[in-house]
Design a protein around this ligand. Structure first.
Ligand code: G3H
Ligand code: ZN
Length: 287
């Protein structure tokens, strides 16, 4: 099954494919261990920065190794690629999925660039899934904001614009701004469920992605899936679990120098957090 097959299955069955970001082998190990135990399909994402750090070829080879060894459907996504050329670079590096994020541009420009990426991708391999985004998120992934973040109403996705974008670009997945935020803010996230429903009613069978999943109350995640979300991104919560576990270990074992010893509790922490999300998203036993 291709990634689009899994996303369509999630749409039909009312659950969400989990997407986790990585920039190293330690995080990937923890995520894959949880998915293997729970029988969950996975999307692994690297933003432009994460891809540069880990290396495109290195990410590809590691994903392939887990696919073979764990017999898991794992798909590699070029997350938040912010230019047509960067998106094309990821296609050429054999990514399974491309997220072209031109959401800060005017709608016309966004449609034009996204269409270009869709055409490039589909000329290379029809199975590569493409995501586009309209409406913008005002914060950055992985930041823990001490302040309350207000969401400007003009940043939210207008359902008619979503419908037009999906129809004109032919993307496989659509990412809206519906009260979601990257990172964790001082205020609790509050998703606009009615807006998700309105967009869902206008975009037919196009699958829909929720970015900024970290720190969103479980009840809201469940409501969002029910309203039409089929794919959820988590980054910050894994990074916090990683850093906390490593800090704790090094504080308790200041003399330790062996990487596989100091990263063992990190992998365990990532595994636990991943398992929690896979259960919440309903992706257990969906292979
Ligand atoms: O694309 C990445 C995500 O949207 C992650 O957001 O860091 O709030 O979980 P998050
Ligand atoms: Zn995101």
């Amino acid at each position: 099954m291709t990634l689009n097959d899994y996303l369509n299955k999630a749409l039909k069955e009312g659950w969400a494919v989990a997407h986790f970001n990585i920039s190293d082998a330690v995080t990937l190990a923890g995520i894959c261990e949880a998915a293997k135990e729970l029988g969950a399909p996975l999307m692994i994402g690297t933003s432009e920065g994460e891809r540069k750090f880990i290396g495109s070829a290195q990410a590809r080879v590691m994903i392939n190794a887990y696919r073979d060894e764990y017999k898991l459907p794992i798909f590699l996504n070029a997350d938040h690629h912010k230019s047509v050329s960067k998106a094309q670079e990821a296609v050429d590096a054999d990514y399974d999925s491309i997220h072209i994020d031109l959401s800060v541009a005017k709608l016309e420009e966004n449609i034009k660039g996204t269409k270009e990426v869709v055409a490039y991708v589909k000329s290379k391999n029809k199975d590569i899934s493409v995501e586009g985004e309209v409406g913008y998120l005002v914060t950055e992934s992985s930041k823990i904001y001490k302040e309350i973040i207000e969401i400007p109403p003009e940043s939210l996705t207008k359902p008619e614009e979503a419908a037009r974008f999906v129809q004109e670009t032919g993307v496989d997945r659509f990412a809206p701004a519906v009260g979601n935020l990257h990172g964790i803010a001082a205020n609790v996230k509050k998703l606009d469920i009615a807006r998700i429903e309105a967009i869902r009613s206008l975009i037919g069978d196009t699958t829909m992605v929720l970015h900024g999943g970290s720190g969103t109350p479980d009840e809201q995640i469940k409501n969002a899936i029910e309203a039409g979300i089929n794919n959820i991104h988590i980054n910050t919560e894994l990074r916090v679990a990683y850093a906390d576990a490593l800090r704790k270990f090094l504080n308790e074992n200041p003399e330790e120098t062996t990487p596989y010893k100091m990263f063992a509790p990190v992998i365990e922490a990532i595994k636990q957090k991943t398992a929690e999300k896979l259960k919440l998203f309903g992706s257990v036993n969906r292979i």
